[in-house]
Design a protein around this ligand. Structure first.
Ligand code: PHE
Ligand code: ZN
Length: 894
């Protein structure tokens, strides 16, 4: 683990390996500190590659033996390095047998084979398999796996691996074994094993073609009552992929396993998905509506990978978005369809709410990334540590790029492209070009220029100008694109940007659109393709000046620069027929007000909220024809991370003052409306996870937030009562959060009661940690959140070695609470550096994620910048720093 020499890997350096592996036969003698792995490899020369030695990767392995064709290697035939073995082989085929010894107990990285709560689990993406045995550990090597697990029956009564169970039985000394065979060749990153004391919820289903499949959700004993929703989600995902893409489950059994210690969300290992427990376990008393929603989408995401990722995989890790962008797009579409189906007549609104959620994530996480030192195209050109490239850009912007293809080609064209992609590449490891070429060929459409989305970093700006000609009733729209330079990429070429456009008439109704040269008016929304630096469109046949509604449904991942005065934003807030844009108009208006308040706070001027804004806001609040879920979105102020990105220079303390002030004002001035709303909404009866109920709960919780922010007595009383009498976690936690963020005197007692009730429930405690770390503070005299976070590190429920705990406490503080983290005296940054260094010694991937919290430091006020730099430098100089954290801090300091 040395930073200075972490080599940079270049995308264009790709070359196929001289040798590949056809079959691998693995035997695991499981033992806490000395697991012995015997690997038999059937290797073959790759006819498509230049001749060369057979290459194997390894990391942290103790090699006990290596034989070639059953014999000890000839002198000089094997060159061994720390992480590489090279073997000269004659002929075109060879069998290797390698025995290694590994220590799962000591593996704190959670990559490779590790232990969690007494069990054994693996995580191999991206490069964890090399921590298990020597192997050409890259995704273009696809082998057929057979796996024998042998372990102590009392410790691990359940032995699982990929594919089908072919044999099991008892052995002497209380041990037992199981043998698994995966019929599909796969890259090593999709290998998995689980050996633990678990129980399963089981279900048998028929696939579309009538094959019976066994579905299992494996959890710790005692959690069986929290698996139903994950199972339901899995069945829905199966059906959806059959109906939408004609894709069926290809195995006889499909397993999901929940594990408490996991770096990421979940992993799509073939037939044996391993999940962070938080994306499996749910029951009304412990999980919120949002948790239920996330479980549904993550279960679907991993299931969808079976085709987009596993059957067709990535040639190299630069192609990561090939599987991730496409699979995120698929899970987003799935969730939107599920929500729309449940919402019935309100289906369109439900879809818009899902789109709003997705765009919030993109703007909060991906836009800042694309504007900072880590900016990279969805297909990066280079990396030092691949684990650092599981990013919002590869995932979320990658999904937006796929969505644009879907928009440009239409649902049928997209489906035809998918069909062609599978017909060409099933069973292969391919590139993003292969995917886009299939789309292109299936639709007879040139997508060469579109490929620039894969190569260019940075969020494009699209500037819009409108010209109204009253004399001939025409409206000319000029769109101009510009992408700011990003590190290492100063020149940007024009992209293909689909811009969905509508024109709104003075009465608020959409106008039929007729472009110059067209015979008759048509639809009220249409997609314009901006494929040059600047283009113009002339709409004709209009009787009055229209109000443009641009980028409807967020048709491209860009920043729209459109000059609109307050009155126009208020008009679109009230009238835009595109629900996404209606929400966006509210966000833009709120952003304008908040940034102005922030500037006033920074300069010590008096604060005040424009009356017109309150009126526009109140109209949405009072409009009970609107779906509650949509109203909850439209009345929630823009996120802090997004706003800081738009603040020049970023001043988190001033922005926080502005947020607290605006929240309290909207609560105070509109108190009667908020209270009426909580009384007027029909309270859902017994808890069920359903979008209509969830929307009502979200809106009530939002009302409590405003009422508590304003300390309206009737509202704080209501929050307290709801906290005490809640029948489900959504209500209970919503009320608690309102009390805490309102910094009310009742908050401490409520936090203590919550802790008492859930002290033995790790997942619920994560919420408790996250809430306190993300808390807003109203009075300068109150205990700083930093002090509280420091104290919570010592709570018996906390552990630095559990990623969920780290994300809940430290992640929430560093990333979700800028107003409290960025302290002018630098004490927050010193604490950050201490924690990053401590984490890095045990788990570099988690440490690197925390390290990223400060990468955009150059955008902050001079005082903060001066306080950040020495801490970044301290981390960079830390003894034994991992390449993971090294890459992040080096880029931040560049
Ligand atoms: N491939 C996983 C997913 O997106 C994410 C993951 C990456 C999990 C690396 C673990 C390690 O579904
Ligand atoms: Zn994924």
């Amino acid at each position: 683990m040395k930073t200075e020499h972490a080599p940079t890997i270049q995308r264009t350096d790709y070359a196929p390996l001289a040798w590949t592996v056809r079959r691998i036969d693995l035997h695991f003698a499981l033992d806490p500190q000395a697991t012995v792995v015997t690997s038999r490899l059937a290797c073959a020369r790759n006819p498509e590659a230049a001749p060369g030695p057979l290459l194997l990767d390894g990391e942290a392995l103790e090699t006990l033996s290596l034989t070639i064709g059953g014999l000890d290697p000839a002198p000089g035939a094997v060159r061994r390095g720390e992480t590489r073995i090279e073997i000269d082989v004659e002929g075109d085929e060879v069998e290797l047998e390698i025995v290694t010894r590994i220590n799962p107990q000591a593996n704190t990285t959670l990559s490779g084979l590790y232990r969690s709560r007494g069990g054994y689990f693996t995580q191999c993406e991206a490069e964890g398999f090399r921590r298990i045995t020597w192997f050409p550990d890259r995704p273009d090597v696809m082998a057929r796996f057979s796996v024998t697990l042998e372990g102590d029956k009392a410790v691990c009564p359940v032995l699982l691996s990929n594919g089908n169970l072919v044999e099991e039985g008892d052995l002497p000394d209380g041990r037992h074994y199981a043998r698994w065979e995966d019929p599909f060749p796969k890259p090593s990153y999709l290998f998995a094993l689980v050996a633990a004391d678990l129980v399963a919820l089981e279900r048998r289903e028929l696939t579309a073609s009538g094959r019976e499949v066994l579905l299992q959700v494996w959890v710790e004993r005692g959690n069986l009552d929290r698996c139903e929703h994950a199972m339901e989600s899995l069945v829905h995902a199966m059906r959806w992929d059959e109906e939408t893409f004609g894709l069926e489950l290809d195995l006889d059994r499909f397993m999901i396993v929940a594990v408490s210690d996991f770096n990421m969300g979940a992993m799509e290992n073939k037939g044996l998905n391993i999940f962070n427990a938080k994306y499996v376990l749910a029951k009304p008393d412990t999980a919120t509506d949002v948790d239920y929603e996330h479980i549904e989408s993550v279960v679907a995401h991993e299931y969808f990978h079976n085709w987009t990722g596993n059957r067709v995989t990535c040639r190299d890790w630069f192609q990561l978005t090939l599987k991730e962008g496409l699979t995120v797009f698929r899970d987003q579409q799935f969730s939107a369809d599920m929500l729309a189906r449940a919402a019935g007549a309100e289906g369109d609104s439900a879809r818009a709410v899902k789109r709003i959620d997705d765009v919030r994530v993109l703007r909060a996480a991906q836009f800042p990334e694309d504007a900072g030192p880590m900016a990279h195209p969805i297909r990066p050109e280079r990396y030092q540590e691949i684990n650092n490239f599981y990013t919002a850009t590869v995932y979320e912007k990658g999904a937006e790029v796929i969505r644009m293809l879907h928009t440009l080609l239409g649902p049928e064209g997209f489906r035809n492209g998918m069909d062609l992609y599978f017909s060409y590449h099933d069973g292969q490891a391919v590139t993003c070009d292969d995917f886009v070429e299939a789309m292109s060929e299936a639709n007879g459409r040139d997508l060469d220029q579109f490929m620039r989305w894969y190569a260019q970093a940075g969020t494009p700006r699209v500037a819009a100008r409108g010209g109204w000609d009253a004399a001939d009733g025409s409206y000319t729209l000029t769109l101009t694109q510009h992408t700011p330079p990003t590190p290492g990429q100063t020149e940007k070429l024009p992209l293909v940007i689909p811009v969905a456009v509508g024109l709104i008439g003075p009465d608020g109704a959409d106008l039929p659109l007729q472009l110059e040269g067209e015979a008759a008016p048509g639809a009220t929304t249409r997609v314009l393709e901006l494929n040059a630096e600047s283009r113009q469109w002339r709409f004709v046949g209009l009787s009055a000046e229209p109000v443009p509604s641009l980028l409807r449904g967020f048709s491209a991942p860009v920043i729209l620069e459109l000059e609109e005065d307050d009155a126009r934003l208020a008009f679109r807030m009230a009238n835009d027929s595109d629900a996404f844009n209606r929400w966006d108009a509210a966000q833009r208006y709120a952003e304008r007000v908040l940034l102005e308040l922030g500037a006033a706070a920074a300069e010590g001027r008096a604060l005040g909220v424009p009356v017109a804004f309150v009126e526009a806001f109140a109209r949405l609040l009072r409009d009970d024809r609107l779906d509650p879920a949509f109203r909850a979105q439209a009345l929630a102020l823009p996120g802090e991370g997004y706003l800081l990105e738009r603040m020049q220079p970023a001043d988190p303390a001033a922005l926080r003052t502005a947020q607290i002030y605006l929240g309290a004002e909207l609560g105070r001035v509109l108190a009667a409306d908020w209270l009426a709303l909580t009384e007027g909404l029909v309270e859902p009866g017994e808890y069920r996870y359903h979008p209509a109920d969830a929307g009502r709960r979200a809106l009530i919780n939002l009302a409590l937030r405003y009422l508590c922010a304003a300390r309206v007595p009737a509202g704080t009383g209501l929050a307290r009562r709801r906290f005490e009498s809640a029948s489900n976690m959504t209500d209970r936690f919503g009320a608690l959060a309102a009390l805490v963020h309102g910094a009310l005197p009742e908050a401490e007692g409520a936090l203590a009661a919550f802790y008492e009730r859930y002290r033995d429930d790790a997942l619920v405690l994560d919420k408790w940690f996250a809430l306190q770390a993300g808390a807003w503070r109203r009075d300068a005299g109150a205990t700083p959140v930093l002090e509280r976070v420091r104290a919570l590190l010592g709570d018996p429920g906390f552990s630095l070695s559990n990623p969920n705990k780290v994300y809940a406490l430290l992640g929430s503080f560093f990333r979700a609470n800028p107003g409290e983290f960025h302290l002018a005296d630098g004490s927050g940054y010193a604490f950050w550096a201490d924690q990053v260094i401590a984490l890095d010694a045990a788990n570099p991937q988690v440490a690197a994620r925390m390290a990223r919290a400060l990468e955009n430091w150059r955008r902050f006020t001079p005082v903060l910048r001066e306080a950040v730099r020495p801490q970044l430098e301290r981390v960079r100089a830390a003894e034994g720093l991992s390449p993971d954290v090294g890459e992040i801090v080096a880029k931040a300091l560049e």
